[in-house]
Design a protein. Structure first.
Length: 191
């Protein structure tokens, strides 16, 4: 299996995914602080931007990315829970500034990460999880072809609640169908 961390940015028609670096701090902070309420279900909600960013930089077991549109940072995503022995990873902690919602940026971000995981890294399974109350993200995961697998009740303790997590996945058997569907969606958005 190859390394899951790409050596170069992953370039699409709408977005470019670049491994996070200190040079991204100010631009990404600006995107994150534009509408702080979108972070309600992310760890930025509890850590604050700098805590979240420092953790992303320091974490050697995850692969965090900055999502760029037209050369400007508009959000972030990452591979986490990477299990090479089981050819499994998770895509998560994804957020995009609200202006990018519905533009195809999220669809292409997921497409590029899934393509890299399945085709370059050799993944057998890519997982997603979200707060069960986050209906917008749950709908988006279905929209990118992920299969709902169930709810892990009382999965996490948050500062203001107990979180049930909704789990989704795409497996290598699904990838040809999901890839074709995502490529069609990206083409519609990219014009």
């Amino acid at each position: 299996m190859s390394e899951l961390r790409p050596s170069e940015p992953i370039v699409g028609r709408i977005v470019t995914l670049e491994p996070i670096a200190e040079a991204h701090r100010d631009g990404l902070r600006e995107a994150a602080e534009r509408e702080p309420q979108i972070h309600r279900f992310t760890n930025m909600y509890t850590l604050g931007f700098d805590g979240w960013f420092d953790q992303a930089l320091a974490n050697d077991s995850e692969v965090p990315f900055v999502v760029h549109v037209d050369g400007r940072p508009v959000g972030s995503t990452r591979y986490l829970n990477i299990e090479p022995a089981h050819r499994r990873t998770e895509i998560g902690w994804t957020w995009l500034e609200r202006a990018q919602w519905g533009t195809g940026a999220n669809v292409e971000t997921k497409y590029l990460l899934l393509r890299h995981a399945f085709e370059d890294w050799g993944a057998m399974r890519v997982e997603f999880k979200t707060d069960a109350r986050n209906l917008r993200v749950r709908g988006a995961l279905l929209g990118v072809g992920a299969t709902f697998e169930g709810i892990f009740r009382k999965h996490m303790i948050l500062p203001d609640s107990i979180r049930d997590s909704a789990w989704y996945a795409i497996v290598d058997d699904d990838w040809p169908r999901v890839k074709a569907m995502l490529e069609e969606k990206v083409a519609r958005h990219a014009g």
